[in-house]
Design a protein around this ligand. Structure first.
Ligand code: SAH
Length: 355
């Protein structure tokens, strides 16, 4: 759906929830497939340095070994973008004998254009594509990775008023623009943490039903066939009230309602809410670790030094500046977190700690 079609639809059919609005806008945005890189709207970690995907490949190799090196397992990426992370991951994990032979590669991607990009990046590996994790067969262990996927899942927003939490809506204005409104009636059971429910009047709070459902599905799968999931995304360590919905275009912030479908709409990931849901789904949630710390625990500095020693000139300085960008607390090192889910009985995954 093109940008003005979203505004037209809302104007003609009436207000929709923030969740529905975000779903439409994100789908329209990724359908164009032009989001990434210097000429696009944002740059993601795998596009900054090959080392990012390689270290995640090492993580997957360790998890596969911990599962007992099953002869077949499903290797899944959610939202693979240009396929860069998966290509780097497979190159690194492929050093472990048997890994590539055992891996069935599945890419969960809704954008047709991005599927084409992923197909060329991964042409030696015969991936299958799915619109949803449910399309991946449930008959073998699953190792799943997702970088900057959860932040694109649509969130519900709630506004605290005197009589409770009201769903936040997006409505058309007489001038043909969009504006926020709130539902007339309060929600009877808003899906918010107890300490968020008591936030003062005027607060905004968020929930991501699709991310919580994903945790449930992983619970079913891991408790049946075993597996591990790794999520890298941005958000705080603790749940709290706040409006994190943001739009980015051409590497700058834009207004959330101004150009739906042509800006990148995201929201912070509530890792603590995912961890609470994981406990209900009988999964172990490994406490989110800042990306900079996690990458250093996995040896990013050693790997960078090794590659830099073989590189020259510009390539060498790109490697060094890429690593700095990924781990520096002022850049991506602290805002981004790494979070893992496994069955309850699982030894400590690389980069995580017992809590
Ligand atoms: N992981 C990549 C891309 C991140 S951008 C990287 O790090 O570079 C988000 C990706 O998720 C895009 O590939 C987008 O098309 C995909 N995506 C967004 N919402 C999705 C959904 N609901 N289902 C499947 N894929 C989705």
């Amino acid at each position: 759906m093109a940008q003005n079609q979203i505004a037209q639809l809302i104007s003609s059919q009436g207000p929709v929830s923030v969740e529905r609005f975000m779903q439409m806008a994100v789908e329209a945005y990724y359908a164009q497939g032009t989001a990434f890189g210097r000429s696009g709207d944002f740059v993601t970690a795998p596009e900054i340095s090959q080392v990012f995907g390689e270290l995640i490949g090492g993580w997957c190799a360790v998890m596969w070994t911990g599962l007992g090196k099953p002869a077949t397992f499903h290797l899944v990426e959610l939202g693979p973008g240009r396929g860069t992370l998966m290509a780097d991951l497979l190159r690194a994990a492929g050093h472990l004998p048997g890994f590539l032979q055992a891996a069935r590669l599945h890419l969960v991607e809704t954008s047709r254009r991005l599927r084409d990009r992923q197909g060329s990046a991964l042409k030696n590996f015969e991936p299958s594509w799915h619109a949803h994790l449910d399309g991946v067969p449930d008959d073998a262990p699953l190792i799943l990775v997702a970088n900057e996927f959860l932040d694109a899942l649509p969130i519900r927003q709630f506004v605290k008023q005197e009589d409770g939490w009201h769903e936040r809506l997006v409505a058309g204005t007489p001038a043909g623009d969009l504006e926020f409104q709130t539902a007339m009636e309060p929600e009877t059971a808003p899906p918010l943490a107890p300490h968020v429910l008591t936030a003062p009047t005027g607060s905004i709070a968020e929930a991501c039903p699709q991310a919580l459902k994903l945790v449930d599905r992983l619970g079913d799968r891991f408790n049946k066939n075993g597996g591990a999931a790794l999520f890298i995304d941005y958000g705080p360590l603790e749940s709290g009230p706040g409006d994190s919905l943001q739009a980015v275009k051409g590497h700058s912030f834009a207004k959330v309602l101004d150009e739906p479908g042509s800006t990148d709409l995201t929201a912070h990931v509530d890792f603590a809410a995912l961890a609470r849901r994981a406990r209900k789904a009988k999964l172990k949630a490994w406490e989110a670790v800042p990306q900079g710390v996690w990458l250093q625990r996995l040896g990013i500095l050693e790997r960078t030094r090794q590659l830099a020693a073989q590189a020259k000139g510009k390539q060498r300085s790109l490697l060094v500046s890429g690593t700095r960008r990924l781990i520096d607390p002022q850049e991506m090192g602290t805002l981004f977190k790494v979070f893992a889910l496994t069955p309850l009985a699982c030894s400590i995954p690389p980069g995580f700690e017992v809590t």
